[in-house]
Design a protein around this ligand. Structure first.
Ligand code: IMP
Ligand code: MG
Length: 186
């Protein structure tokens, strides 16, 4: 017998429909702002892949995509800001209007590191789009250009976001039940 991962979710924060509406709204802004630009969507593995794959299919102007992977030292639920690149971009940023696509902006440490790094490669322009913003926990001064949805100060999973590499496949965003945390972190 298999148990659905839905059973591990205590509270739904955003439904699939709410996420979809936010993605469409962001794409409409991007379509307008990048009409005459050379758009390159840069996404950070792994959390942002679900968002990127939905967002790019709502974008109706010419664009390219590329990926980076980073690991952040620190505890599983927090990032330290000491970021290590484990997979770099394939594309040279010269001449591209880069839009960094992130799943969630929490402390801001990861995004601050990445924006400084990408800016140093001299793209034509650099902006940041995050699906989720958890403003209460901000440490670094990063102001995203596009924000999908604001989330409360709790650890959330689904739609790409994980807890110990699980729950990324949940099509909505929710908070895990306390007993699941306690079991998995033992
Ligand atoms: P920051 O550097 O603290 O802004 O954290 C950025 C990264 O931490 C995100 O890209 C996520 O991978 C992860 N993260 C932050 N908050 C959450 C959460 O509530 N659930 C799952 N992952 C999170
Ligand atoms: Mg991430």
């Amino acid at each position: 017998m298999t148990t659905s991962i839905d059973n591990d979710i205590g509270e739904v924060i955003f439904t699939t429909d709410e996420i979809s509406a936010a993605v469409k709204r962001l794409a409409a802004q991007i379509n307008r702002d990048y009409k005459d630009k050379n758009l390159l969507l840069v996404s950070v593995l792994k959390g942002a892949v679900v968002f990127l794959s939905d967002l790019m299919r709502e974008i109706n102007i010419s664009c390219s995509i590329d990926f980076m992977a980073v690991s952040s030292y620190g505890k599983h639920q927090e990032s330290s800001g000491i970021v290590k690149i484990t997979k770099d971009l394939d594309i040279n940023l010269t001449g591209y209007d880069v839009l960094l696509v992130e799943d969630i902006l929490d402390s801001g440490n990861t995004l601050q590191y990445l924006t400084v790094l990408l800016e140093s490669r001299k793209p034509a322009s650099l902006k940041v789009c995050t699906l989720l913003d958890k403003p209460e926990r901000r440490e670094a001064l990063v102001v995203p250009d596009y924000i999908g949805l604001k989330v409360p100060n709790s650890f959330i999973v689904g739609y790409g976001l994980d807890y110990y590499e699980k729950y990324r496949n949940l099509p909505y965003i929710g908070v895990l039940k306390r007993e699941v945390y306690e079991k998995l972190s033992e």
